[in-house]
Ligand binder design. Structure first.
Ligand code: GSH
Length: 378
């Protein structure tokens, strides 16, 4: 069978998410690094920037962005769909997908780069493998330069570490009963969370050691997510697939409350920023969100992480992921909406569905683009 090509590297957050998905679905692929001349000569010019992961299909189609990659395969039909059929499970999977990028990337980047001295040999080797001996130092420096706008500052670091330990404990408590978030099948939420919990937090020496000692079941889940099968022998005869009847286990309530506490203040501030931006800049529907494809941040907003102030970079991609939550919720029939709203209320997540955003963000031509203006709550 013809193979897909996955351009990525072992230590990349988003490649890890994609690779795990391809393995679980039994999709044949070969992985190559961006050092491959074909990537530079054929892929980058078509995508418009040097970014990984990129999937090249056997027919030569390029798919970039992990959301688009997973959606691409889901649309074709896969053996273990990452979209739970149940309404609450599905919307919560999108919340976890959002938290993984907007929340947990901060923890991942902190534990990778704030402990650089303790894991320099490992990271230098990884980046040399992925970017070549000449490129490694440059890429490592660029990654570190993202820390302040992600909210990793001397002031926020104690809160980031406390938050991470609490998160590990909450996931660990859930994994006592179930091998994945919503039972025995990996959802978009599991794949989202795997990004930071594998490449950085589950693999770099300092945080990997912390994870193994403090949360062994989380470390096992990281292995499980990378296995081609469900890999759950320690759960005996746990029924396969998603939990029946759209069940959401009690252990997920404190976990999603934890996510809500970190997401909502920042998203509230970013939604307010977006409103002023739209009023001033008058973005046109269909226009790319930034002048250059590699530009992810279009402004800065004063916000806070667990009460600690910091200036956050505003990435339109955040609104795109947030919108996936509200789109999935809006698509539910009335009954489903009621049960979802009740659960969101208990978890402190209601603002996600209620906070108005001034404009939609879509994806097209490998970048984020402005969508329809929204005058009232979306
Ligand atoms: N939204 C993108 C993010 C991909 C991404 O951030 N990739 C990183 C590696 S994990 C990258 O290529 N960064 C290059 C850079 O920032 O210069 C996706 O989901 O695919």
């Amino acid at each position: 069978m013809a193979s897909h090509i996955l351009y990525g590297v072992p230590h990349s957050l988003y490649t890890g998410k994609t690779r795990a998905y391809l393995r679980k679905q039994g999709i044949a692929y070969v992985e190559r690094t961006p050092v491959d001349p074909h990537f530079r000569e054929q892929v980058v010019p078509r995508i418009g920037r040097g970014i990984i992961p990129v999937v090249v299909t056997p027919g030569g189609e390029l798919v970039q962005d992990t959301v688009d990659i997973l959606d691409h395969f889901e649309a074709q039909g896969v053996r273990a769909s990452a979209r739970p059929p149940g309404a609450r499970q599905r919307v919560l999977a999108h919340v976890a997908e959002l938290y993984a990028v907007v929340g947990l990337t901060r923890h991942a980047m902190h534990y990778r780069w704030s402990y650089l001295d303790e894991q320099r040999a490992f990271l230098t080797d990884a980046f040399t493998g992925g970017s070549g001996p000449d490129g490694a130092a440059k890429v490592m420096a660029r990654m570190q330069s993202y820390l302040p706008m992600l909210g990793v500052t001397p002031e926020t670091i104690p809160a980031i570490e406390a938050s991470y330990l609490a998160l590990l404990d909450l996931i660990e408590a859930h994994l006592v009963h179930h091998p994945y978030l919503f039972g025995a099948q990996a959802s978009l939420g599991d794949y989202g969370l795997l990004g930071p919990l594998f490449a950085h937090l589950g693999r770099d020496p300092v945080p990997a050691d912390l994870m193994r000692r403090r949360a062994p079941r989380v470390a096992r889940w990281v292995e499980r997510m990378n296995a081609p099968d469900a890999d759950m022998p320690e759960y005996g005869d746990h029924p396969p697939g998603y939990l029946a009847d759209d069940a959401v286990p009690d252990t997920l309530l404190p976990l999603f409350r934890h996510m809500a506490e970190e997401l909502i203040p920042e998203l509230r501030d970013k939604a307010a920023w977006l409103e002023s931006f739209v009023a001033e800049a008058d973005p046109q529907e269909g226009a790319p969100v930034a002048d250059k494809p590699h530009q992810r941040v279009i402004g800065t907003v004063d916000t806070s992480f667990r009460g600690v102030p910091f200036a956050s970079g505003v990435q339109p991609y955040t609104f795109f992921l947030w919108q996936r939550v509200t789109d999935a919720a809006d698509a539910l029939p009335r009954d489903g909406q009621k049960s979802l709203h009740a659960w969101f209320e208990k978890a402190g997540l209601s603002s996600l569905l209620e906070l108005p955003r001034a404009i939609r963000v879509e994806r097209g031509g490998y970048v984020e683009r402005w969508g329809r203006r929204l005058t009232s709550a979306p």
